[in-house]
Ligand binder design. Structure first.
Ligand code: PDD
Length: 286
């Protein structure tokens, strides 16, 4: 059985209990992070920590834990649960004020809820989707307007994945005013005339930690990058397409709405970017 972390204690997962009045449960009033583990080491912990601080700040919440404490909890979970390859999930909510109320409780008297758990994923690096690519569909983006904050409001992304599953696809790209925002749990890219094209950062998308790293490594490798909007029809005619996230790294997209991208197999630039990303981030993993 897994050992999880809840509010200062490491306990078996079946003993970890939170209040029914927790605002994470009642209001999705919480933020989260997912950090990948490769060969027992954390990929880009620093980046995830900074985004966590930003998400908390944007929602007027304090960070209850220092970077050092948080890192040591991540490390303990890796050790206690023997995670070679997998993920560490972290969630911080505004806690429970002992009743349901839209108004935020007084942070001085309402402690936040902090939960971390690990997920073992032995085939994280060589998953079938990394090798053969994923099929995606396009759907309308019906999420709220602050997608740059990593909140636990994941109902629409979850519905999007179900819409994809229903038609034997793997995921969905969301579209707003004719342009792709991002995937349900990843950032979206196409390659055209040898250039990497991805939507610029704004409140419309999550500022992916993997996105930042991939764009940095691509620039260092002298690849051209254009941060701009693109449509589904442009994506369908692209040379390549891919997604990035902490759990999928760089994963090829091979078809959109049932139409193949190029010849329907993972593209060479995408494969190279995945290799560069993994090599470089494993070097600095902690
Ligand atoms: N999702 N966009 C959305 C909407 C996301 O939920 C995620 C991450 C990303 C990629 O961000 P990063 O590169 O920092 O993982 C983009 C995580 C993995 C999840 O919900 O499981």
């Amino acid at each position: 059985m897994r050992t999880v972390y809840l509010n200062g204690s490491f306990i078996p997962e079946n003993e970890a209990k939170i209040s029914i009045f927790d605002r994470g449960f009642l209001m999705s009033d919480g933020v989260y992070e997912v950090t990948s583990v490769i060969e027992r080491k954390l990929i880009d912990f620093e980046g995830h920590f900074h985004r966590l601080e930003r998400s908390l700040f944007e929602l007027d919440m304090k960070n209850p834990l220092t970077k050092e404490v948080l890192l040591s909890i991540h490390k303990s979970l890796i050790n206690k649960n023997g995670v070679n390859n997998g993920l560490i999930y972290l969630q911080i909510t505004r806690g429970s004020a002992g009743d349901r109320d839209f108004v935020f409780p007084d942070p001085e008297t309402t402690p936040q809820t902090v939960v971390l758990f690990s997920q073992n994923k032995e085939n994280l690096l060589d998953s079938p989707s990394a090798i053969s690519g994923i099929k995606i569909i396009s759907i309308e983006d019906q999420r709220w307007g602050r997608r740059d904050i990593k909140t636990t409001q994941l109902l629409y992304p979850s519905i999007g994945k179900m819409m994809a599953k229903k038609v034997n696809a793997d995921d969905a790209w969301m579209v707003q005013d004719g342009y792709v925002t991002e995937g349900t749990s990843n950032n979206a890219y196409i390659i055209k005339n040898g250039k990497i094209i991805t939507r610029a950062k704004s409140n419309d998308i999550l500022h992916g930690i993997t996105r930042a790293a991939v764009l940095r490594f691509a620039e260092e490798a002298q690849m051209e990058i254009e941060e701009r909007n693109f449509s589904i029809s442009e994506a369908r005619d692209a040379e390549e397409a891919f997604i990035t996230s902490a759990s999928s790294f760089v994963t090829p997209v091979v078809s959109i709405d049932g139409q193949n991208i190029a010849n329907g197999s993972p593209g060479p630039m995408t494969q190279r970017l995945r290799e560069i990303y993994l090599d470089e981030s494993i070097k600095t993993a902690i």
